[in-house]
Design a protein around this ligand. Structure first.
Ligand code: SF4
Length: 553
């Protein structure tokens, strides 16, 4: 009896509480839902900026938001931590059950280039891994990816069971041109092929992978295997073709090319993989003759630094040095004492390549503290322990020391300290009066890259040279990456072309998202799900329950 009275009292208390909350809300701010896609909500101007509140703007963005917002709220931390929402939990679980091919199939739903990323990914997923949060030992998600991808390659060469890519939609007979075979381009092209479209992939080099092939050090992964992995993602269906050594150009650039081909010329190529004589093709040819065009080229223009006496000497750009070395040109003269300015991925790769091939002593200088340099601790330790690279951090280079014959003798730097946080969340760098010289005979610059895509029509280019698109998403670290459709309906863009240099996994994620936008544009239908297992492993989603939650701002 007493029990039921308590229960009654408790239910009454909770009912009153609930009514109270509703009453308060009713008074304060109306709660309303959006009748997707019929009604939309315009954000207040002060909300426009780097970190945006979600689930409004255009009909498309709402579709994007609600679809992904439901996902992201319900995703395991590791899956949410990966910009491409790769099902890390699922594939690690399946690998743990020795089901390697199934594991890789699961992994490849959102990241089809497992071998490449198993070796190169910066693995933000491991920074959000629950094990890592609990006992600072995250699951080796990246290395498990590397292992299952190598298992698949081994099976491939032994004619045993390997991952198969299925086409999940009726053929649409739509033909799409994808420009750039880096992570963004290959992700977009592969996904569009799986959605039932025809894709021609254009690459200005003679290999796939973009900067991950030309700009990553030779010892990090087998580039031929990586190239094979990329190619297989296109030629797994007869609807996919690759055109190598074809640069997409604007009218003004025509004179720079001895040979400029047309769309009709392309029809003479019957192979799926075509290595053409280096030539150009006009961007307008693609825009006029394809149902859609995806621009997925990287930010390839190395950034310069203002150093005194720099004009008197030859300062080497790390990106071009690595490309020169990786493509076997080997034209750079590197001395025995090298200073690399910039400790990011490219800087470390250039430093280690110098130490392995040319130099006795290599120093990396960076304006940030060692722990703030945006590469994994593992990479820094490997560079220090395997190649004896020295890091000199929190210094600002300002002058090249030269002798009377303008030979490099050293790099003058000033010590820096951190000041207060800036509005953009970064720490202020304060230069001190303490200066010293680091002796060297070669200086290599690795201070990031800029977007430089001369063939893109000016009406879709933004203030920093980026391509202006309609899609965006926010990663767990707060970075906003972009993808999607430009103001020219048939033209889409993905990857660094939309937001500048960022880890390759971000480019891949934006490639996936752009492919879904292209499919939506061409068929006016929601992109098909590539694998039902993804949902099975994560458990069914009650869309309506989550939908309401995601729209209430
Ligand atoms: S792609 Fe990179 S971030 Fe994503 S799950 Fe794999 S290792 Fe993690």
């Amino acid at each position: 009896m007493l029990g039921s009275l308590n229960f009654l009292a408790d239910s009454l208390r909770r009912l009153i509480e609930g009514l109270n909350i509703t009453y308060k809300y009713f008074l304060k701010e109306p709660i309303y839902t959006i009748n997707y896609p019929l009604s939309i909500r315009e954000p207040f101007s002060r909300w426009r900026g780097k970190v945006r509140v979600r689930a409004f703007n255009t009909k498309e963005t709402i579709y994007e938001r609600t679809k992904y917002l439901n996902f992201s709220f319900n995703l395991p931390p590791c899956v949410r931590g990966c910009p491409a929402n790769v099902d890390a939990r699922g594939y690690v679980m399946l690998a743990g059950e020795n089901n390697f091919i199934k594991s890789l199939s699961e992994e490849s739903v959102n990241n089809p280039v497992a071998f490449c990323f198993g070796n190169l990914c910066t693995a933000p997923c491991e920074t959000t891994c629950s094990r890592g949060v609990q006992d600072h030992k995250p699951i080796a998600i990246r290395l498990i990816k590397k292992a299952i991808s190598e298992y698949n390659i081994m099976n491939y060469y032994q004619n045993r069971d390997t991952v198969k890519y299925t086409i999940v939609s009726e053929p649409t007979n739509k033909r799409i041109a994808v420009i750039g075979a880096g992570p963004a381009g290959i992700a977009a092209a592969h996904r569009l092929l799986r959605f039932g479209h025809k894709v021609d992939l254009f690459e200005k080099y003679n290999f796939c992978g973009g900067y991950l092939y030309s700009g990553v050090a030779f010892f990090r992964l087998d580039k031929d295997l990586m190239n094979k992995e990329y190619e297989n993602l296109i030629v797994f269906t007869e609807n996919g073709r690759i055109f190598y050594n074809v640069s997409v150009i604007s009218e003004d650039e025509k004179d720079k090319y001895s040979k400029v081909i047309s769309f009709n010329d392309l029809q003479n190529y019957n192979e799926q993989i075509n290595h053409l004589e280096p030539c150009g093709i006009l961007f307008s040819e693609l825009e006029d003759n394809y149902d859609a065009v995806v621009i997925a080229v990287g930010a390839t223009k190395p950034r310069k630094l203002n150093l005194k006496n720099a004009e008197k000497v030859n300062i080497i750009q790390a990106e071009w040095f690595l490309e020169d070395w990786n493509l076997g040109i080997r034209s750079y003269k590197i001395g025995s004492q090298v200073v690399v300015i910039g400790g990011g991925g490219t800087g470390i790769d250039a430093a280690r390549t110098c130490k392995k091939v040319f130099s006795d002593k290599v120093v990396i200088v960076d304006i940030l503290a060692r722990e703030d340099i945006p590469v994994s601790e593992e990479e820094k330790v490997e560079a220090e322990e395997d190649d004896d690279i020295e890091f000199i951090c929190q210094v600002m280079p300002f002058e090249v020391v030269v002798d009377e014959n303008n030979n490099i003798k050293g790099l003058k730097v000033a010590k820096c300290v951190y000041g207060p946080l800036l509005p953009n969340g970064r720490k202020k760098i304060i230069r001190t009066s303490e200066e010293f010289v680091i002796p060297c005979d070669t200086i290599i610059l690795a201070v990031s890259r800029d977007i430089d895509i001369p063939f893109v029509p000016k009406d879709i280019v933004g203030s920093r040279g980026e391509i202006v698109v309609d899609g965006f998403d926010t990663m767990v670290n707060g970075f906003v990456y972009r993808f999607g459709q430009t103001s020219r309906p048939k033209v889409f863009a993905a990857g660094e072309a939309c937001y500048g240099p960022q880890p390759a996994i971000v480019a891949l994620a934006s490639g996936n998202r752009t492919a879904e936008k292209v499919h939506y544009y061409l068929t006016n239908s929601v992109p098909p799900v590539l694998s039902n297992d993804f949902l099975r492993i994560l458990g069914p989603l009650n869309v309506h329950k989550v939908y309401k939650k995601s729209v209430a701002v």
